[in-house]
Design a protein. Structure first.
Lengths: 308, 305
């Protein structure tokens, strides 16, 4: 198979690799370079300024806020989403009633219906979801507060996105809403491949559902949980949190910078304030946080791989 | 994260009982089972309602007039205001947004699958210096924050005269879809038997002919999975067009709706906006319900053990 091999390899790789290098790799490299300059993005001229941008970043209160919010996203979102998804998936697959003569472990009735419905948000654009919930959160005419009024809670009418203490949680709740279903389906598929005799043995030994979950289901699903965790954390630091914060919050990033996340701050500095170089500096910080997060999860979560 | 073709998420987990009924083990109290069953059902129903309710609310709201939207958000529409929908389609430019999205996603999807499978095939089946480096260069793109690259990318695209053009956006979409596509398809091509390709080659087919006429047809299931994944990702894409596509005439759906929401603040046509939202939501949801199995497979393919 040697004939014309290299010509073929080059011919097939040139286009994809060229496009990828030009639009993805090269901008990344440029970004890191620009973070040491005073480039505005408005004119092509710039000078090297060494570490000035980084010094400025360390003194920038809004940067620290955005870092804090991004870390919140990366920690809370996977924790809640994966926790809920594991719970739902376990209920769907193992929570069913034991029927005489039936299988030892069974799913609830209508389990495929739940999986179909839970997956709905996953196929919708996060932009559409964010718009929808921005209306629902509207303090006067939104669905949430009017529901609260409807059940007699007239006194409880939070401002939701308008309240600096609540806004970040409101935004995170939307991301949880839209990502849980995906993981329910993912974990369900994983749970389905766990052999039944393991459950049977546990039940015979008198283990309850909780023990079964923590001793059998979770360890055997661990790889999936871990990669889901990394995937979700990257989303929470990047594109998804950008969309929800940019679309839903006032400012965006408000009120009073209470929802500014790093990815939004990069965008605003570059395309609103004409400080492209400083934006790339924050972007580099975001890159460091993202890689550190992925490395940390992989390291903390490392355990012996279980074969079954 | 290793990949394999996702096994079909089976409907209720059918686990056959191998032990004799009632044999061994203390019989568990029937009560616990019932309480747990009721409890788990309750929780599952609550979440299902929480998922469906906002969507139903949006559909309902899209048929109401502005007064009713603000006055009583939960009441049913007094009559079905279909004019919201026609207003959104024509006056609010939803038809243009749809057309732009179809053009961009159509072009990107074909390009992504073509370029992605070419690169993946070479990386999976040929040994050459730099193979691993190129592979990790592609795969590394999955974990990098895209926003960092978008700042210079804006000017790269601008200098090439591609800013605010449909074909410019297509090229960028393809480039940013390649990491996952190459990652997924490389693993897929590795699983295909090499004997078939060798036989074709012995019979005198060239490398490229072997690829197009033998390997690609064999890779069809993988192409469908990754195609669905990319279709939804590109159709729903928000960040890339927001940064790189600032011309109002070229807006794609997601962007157009967000802009519409901003401008409705002045015009006050909220019912038209809701109609637009639902209009954008329904085709994707309908497609999902019809191709439910394939969609779930495509989206979970990369993440499953």
């Amino acid at each position: 198979m040697q004939h014309g091999k290299y010509r073929f390899i080059v011919g097939f790789l040139a286009l994809p690799l060229g496009l990828y290098a030009l639009f993805v790799v090269w901008p990344f490299i440029q970004s890191i370079y620009y973070s040491f300059t005073d480039w505005t993005g408005l004119s092509p001229e710039f000078e090297m300024v060494g570490l000035d941008n980084y010094r400025r970043m360390l003194d920038d209160e809004i940067f620290w806020k955005s870092l804090q919010h991004s870390l919140m996203f990366a920690l809370v979102l996977p924790l809640v989403t994966i926790g809920l998804a594991l719970f739902f998936a376990f209920m769907i697959n193992v929570g069913g009633r034991r029927r005489r003569g039936g299988p030892v472990i069974s799913g609830v009735r209508g389990s495929s219906f739940y999986k179909i419905v839970y997956f709905f948000p996953q196929v919708l654009s996060i932009a559409i979801v964010a718009l929808l919930f921005a209306f629902a959160y509207n303090p006067d005419s939104g669905a949430v507060n009017s529901f609260l009024r409807g059940i007699g809670l007239d006194g409880v009418q939070p401002l939701w996105l308008g309240d600096p203490d609540l806004a970040l949680w409101c935004v995170m709740a939307v991301l949880v809403w839209s990502t849980v279903g995906f993981f329910v389906v993912l974990f369900s598929a994983g749970m389905a491949s766990i052999p039944a005799d393991l459950y049977e043995a546990a039940l015979l030994d008198g283990a309850g559902r909780a023990t079964t979950f923590f001793r059998i289901t979770l360890p055997l699903l661990w790889d999936t949980v871990q990669s889901g965790w990394v995937y979700l954390g990257i989303l929470a630091l990047g594109a998804e949190s950008f969309a929800v914060v940019q679309i839903m919050t006032t400012g965006p990033g408000g009120p009073d910078y209470s929802t500014t996340v790093m990815v939004l701050y990069v965008y605003q500095k570059a395309f609103r304030d004409g400080q492209a170089a400083y934006a790339t500096t924050i972007g580099v910080a975001l890159l460091v946080v993202t890689l550190a997060f992925a490395a940390l999860v992989m390291r903390l979560g490392r355990r012996e791989r279980l074969e079954y | 994260m290793s990949i394999e073709k996702t096994t079909e998420p089976p409907a209720p987990v059918a686990v056959t009982k191998t032990a004799a009924p009632g044999g061994g083990g203390p019989p568990r109290p029937q009560k616990e089972g019932q309480v747990l069953n009721a409890f788990s059902h309750g929780i599952l129903v609550v979440w299902a309602v929480m998922v469906v309710l906002p969507l139903l609310w949006a559909v309902m709201t899209s048929f109401k007039d502005d007064g009713a939207i603000f006055g009583s958000p939960w009441s049913l529409p007094d009559k079905l205001h279909f004019d919201n929908w026609s207003r959104a389609w024509t006056e609010a430019n939803m038809s243009d947004y749809f057309l732009n999205t179809v053009l961009v996603v159509g072009g990107s999807l074909i390009g992504t699958l073509a370029l992605g499978s070419m690169a993946a095939y070479v990386l999976a089946r040929f040994d050459f210096p730099g193979n691993r480096f190129i592979y990790y260069l592609f795969v590394g793109g999955m974990s990098f924050p895209i926003m960092l690259a978008l700042v210079p990318l804006f000017y790269v695209v601008n200098n090439m005269g591609l800013l605010n053009t449909i074909h410019g956006l297509i090229l960028v979409y393809i480039a940013y879809s390649l990491p996952f596509t190459v990652f997924f398809l490389t693993a897929f091509f590795r699983t295909l038997p090499s004997s078939v390709a060798e036989a074709a080659f012995v019979d005198g087919a060239s490398h490229s002919r072997t690829f197009f006429q033998v390997m690609l047809p064999m890779a069809k299931p993988g192409l469908i999975s990754v195609g669905i994944f990319n279709f939804l990702g590109q159709w729903n894409q928000y960040m890339l067009p927001t940064v790189l596509n600032t011309d109002p005439d070229k807006r794609v759906l997601t962007q157009g709706l967000v802009q519409l929401a901003v401008s409705q603040g002045y015009k006050g046509d909220w019912s038209g906006l809701f109609a637009g939202l639902v209009m954008a939501m329904l085709p994707v949801l309908a497609a999902y319900i019809v191709f439910q199995r394939q969609v779930v497979q495509g989206l979970t393919a990369g993440a499953l053990k």
